[in-house]
Design a protein around this ligand. Sequence first.
Ligand code: PLP
Length: 374
Amino acid sequence: MRLSKDRIYLDHAATTPMLPEVVDAMEPWLRDGYGNPSSLHADGRRAKDAIDKAREIISQSLGALFAEVIFTSSGTEAANLAIVGAALANEDTRRRRILFSAVEHHCVLHTEPILRRLGYDVELIPVDRIGRVRLESLQDMLGEDVLLVSVMHANNELGTIQPIEEVTRLASESGTLFHCDAVQTFPTSDLHADLVTFSAHKINGPKGVGATYIKAGTRIKPITVGGGQEREMRAGTENTAAIVGFGEATKQIKNRPDNRREARDTFLGALRIPQLIQTVPTSDDVLRGHAHIRIPGVQAETMLILLDRMGISASSGAACSSGSIEPSHVLLACGYTQEEAKEGLRFTFGRETSLEEAKEAAQCVHDAAKQLGR
Ligand code: PLP
């Protein structure tokens, strides 16, 4: 999808453009539908109905119950609610350990100081060279003193798909709560976790809205308090327009043509750089729109600046601080060195990316690598 005519956008794991249908569905709620969903009058009730319609669409797409979906302001808040909320609600004093895969998004990993203050120990589950959790390690780490395990469905940086069925089984066998960050794979109905988190802007919906699936019977305490919105799970006046947009994106996305795999494969097939290394070589292990590569000796930042000048929006997938890319915590967890962990280049394709764009982008990567002497 070109944001402007002269650019090629290959950063769909960061965010996606809103579908026209989503914009159309949201517009009346931005203009005229300003009633507060908590108000009892007709304007309020209409807004509440619109939110509940979106909840219906999203819960159905997950095979979940209507009341199991709680809207939040983002995927980040959704994960915070699932994890910190479970820690706050826990009354079993034996369960004081919490396990995170070492490649979780920072919205999971950075809850650690809060959990520590609440008296929990957070431990990281090791991963293999492509970022997949080591099941034998998980099995050893699980026990009756573990409250919760968090393993994402697919990694946002490498695109690696986790062995989620096995993780679900192991967590359930040890009576541990299982949280799955499904931001990169929503909508998906093959998850059987106790807590699942989503975000609208990765599926051509609006930014600033997410959801937590809380399986009926799971004990969670809210992390925002105030008015009793969202069944007292998430206080704060709902963003009606954004929630409506989330519902519409969920509905639309299932029936859209999906070009991601072809575009990704065309791009990778057209890259002719001798030293290039594909981080996750087998396509079954990786999300269909993800290509993560390294060119040894070339820092991602240098490459991305050149590509940006050529009109290609790509990413390293790793965190940036004061404008420079830090070594990726995901690559470090996979066993790469500090230097190698600064070399990751992530190209993520959209449902709408054309094969021409994929080929043109590959040519640009080739030209940029040449400029850098590769
Ligand atoms: N989890 C994963 C795997 C993500 O990729 C992201 C966004 O990049 C998030 C969580 C956070 O979602 P949001 O941007 O809605 O806060």
